[in-house]
Design a protein. Structure first.
Length: 114
């Protein structure tokens, strides 16, 4: 059974930091992404990483503040979020690619207070 489980969300003040984790099991994905969805908005791309070479890509809104990484041994994806802003408030989801269909985690809430 394929599972993606996010953790690490919470409430933080503007300017603070959080590190999200996404632990996977049941499948080795060729690439993984972070997405987020704020209340009343569409789900949007945040960051991506390839599992083999570690190539990364970021949305313009998070460049220079967020860092995506992965731990091959632990089968875990990370998102280090620094200098958080109120507009970063959203549910954050990890997405695994490489199978016939993508797999999504259940999401973790990040709330940034001003």
């Amino acid at each position: 059974q394929v599972q993606l489980v996010e953790s690490g969300g919470g409430l933080v003040q503007a300017g603070g930091s959080l590190r999200l984790s996404c632990t996977t099991s049941g499948f080795t994905f060729s690439a993984m992404n972070w997405y987020r969805q704020a209340p009343g908005k569409e789900r949007e791309f945040v960051a991506a990483i390839t599992w083999s070479g570690g190539s990364t890509n970021y949305a313009d809104s998070v460049k220079g503040r967020f860092t995506i990484s992965r731990d091959d041994v632990k089968n875990t994806l990370y998102l280090q979020m620094n200098n958080l802003k109120p507009e970063d408030t959203a549910i954050y989801y990890c997405k695994g690619l490489g199978s016939t269909l993508p797999y999504w985690g259940q999401g973790t809430q990040v709330t940034v207070s001003s």
